[in-house]
Every structure is written in C-alpha cells, then in structure tokens.
Design a protein around this ligand. Structure first.
Ligand code: F6R
Length: 236
C-alpha cells in the first residue's frame, strides 16, 4: 500500500487524475470503478480538462459506479447517476451505454444486486477502482459491521453517514436510508485501487483504516489486504 500525503486538495486531484490518466492511456479499453461524494470532484474536473485539451480519450472506457441511493430516479438532483452525468459523463466522449450505475428504482433490488456483480464479471473485472472514505470508515456504502459483506447488496446507511450526506439535501429527513452498494468483495477484486481522502476530519479514520487492525468495524481496513492500493490524503 502506498500512502501519499499531499498539502492541498488541488494536488490530491491532480495526482489522482494522473493515475486515472495513466490507466486509460496504457489501456484505452479500461473498466473504471467510480465514486461520487465531494472527494473525487476535483479529479473529475481535472479529467474533463485533459479531455478538453485533447490529451484523454474516453471512447473505449467502461465505468461502473460504486453505489446509488434507493428510491431516487436517475435525474433526481442528488442521485449518483445525475452526479456522474454532471461531473464527468456529460463532458467527455464516453459512450453512455458503457456507464453503469446501480438502478435505485429496480423493482427487484436483490436481482439488481446479483445482476450488477454479474455485469462486472462479464466486463472482465475492474481495472482501477476509485474510492472515497466515510468518517466511520465506510467505502461505497459498506458501513461498520460484525463481518465484511462481500457482494453487491442493499445497504442501510448509518446515522453518521445520513448526517454527513444531509449537506447535499434540503434536510436530513430527505436523505434516503438505503442504497445499493458494491460489496467489499466486489471492490477487493479490482486490480488497482485508488482511495482519496480530503480534510482534517478524515485524518483519524485514515490512520485507523490503514495503520490499525483489519476489522469489519472499519470497513476500509480490508484494503490493507489488497496488493495494489494507493491512498492520497490531503489535510487541507
Ligand atoms: C460515494 C461513496 C461514499 C463516499 C464517502 C466519502 O460513491 O461510495 O463511500 O466516498 O461517503 O464521501 P465524501 O467524499 O463526500 O467525504
């Protein structure tokens, strides 16, 4: 595991974008696992800038997102599909048919979860998975638990996650209580993992997750067992 401290969010974003840039340059038909939230926004901004500069081509790329709220339509302002459209997909030459986000309105949620993992397998697995980390150590919506949950599943959001995500909604009550999330097994099967964490509030959980014991109480700690993880942390 490589832990790279940087002094600013700008540097985190530039370095994170460099890693994705290299991945797509070396393998234009890469499968990228993507995340939402505030941490990767700067990376997406950098990638769009490089696409606009003619340096990056997304035409061969496929993306699979980590998660989606249950009950939000794809065009809901806080849906993760909409987030991805607005922050990346609408601004680059990616084929919309090759961008996958779990369907939070699926009539059969269990079947949607099984199909999502099957899709990742059919794509040949994820080449590079981008992750943020929650204040309680969650990745995707894999919240602290008694055991590591491996496949894509329906996840209940913990109180601290609901409180943290309330900043994106009119009120805390509007934050969906459930989401479809890739499981830790699905994430761990990615060939490379890039986790970005930003701000002083994340310092303690980054330390616990990457220098403490591997435990399902800190879901991100499982990444210590992955052979190719890069963590970029900015305290800014
Ligand atoms: C988002 C996701 C979440 C976030 C995490 C950190 O797709 O899966 O695990 O990465 O909640 O969010 P931010 O970056 O907003 O602090």
């Amino acid at each position: 595991m490589k832990i790279i401290p940087v002094e600013s969010y700008e540097k985190l974003s530039r370095l994170g974008a460099n890693i994705i840039f290299s991945q797509v340059t070396v393998k234009p038909r890469s499968v990228l696992g993507l995340a939402t939230g505030s941490s990767p926004v700067g990376i997406y901004r950098e990638l769009v800038a490089r696409y606009n500069a003619g340096e990056l081509d997304f035409s061969g790329v496929t993306t699979v997102n980590l998660d989606e709220y249950i009950g939000l339509a794809p065009d809901h302002p806080q849906s993760y599909r909409r987030f991805m459209q607005e922050n990346l997909f609408d601004h680059v030459n990616i084929d919309p048919a090759k961008t996958f986000v779990p369907n939070g309105l699926a009539p059969d949620l269990e079947a949607e979860c099984v199909a999502y993992d099957r899709r990742i397998d059919d794509l040949g697995g994820i080449d590079l998975q981008l992750l943020g980390i929650g204040l309680d150590g969650h990745i995707g919506f894999n919240e602290p638990d008694d055991s590591f949950c491996k496949p894509t599943h329906v996840a209940g959001l913990h109180e601290s996650t609901i409180a943290a995500n309330a900043r994106f909604f009119a009120s805390k009550n509007e934050v969906p209580r459930r989401a479809i999330s890739m499981g830790l097994g699905s994430i761990m099967q990615a060939r490379k993992i890039l986790l970005v964490a930003n701000g002083p509030a994340k310092k303690e959980i980054v330390k616990q997750a990457f220098t403490g014991p591997v435990t399902p109480r800190v879901p991100a700690s499982i990444l210590q067992l992955h052979p190719d993880v890069t963590v970029i942390f900015s305290e800014e």
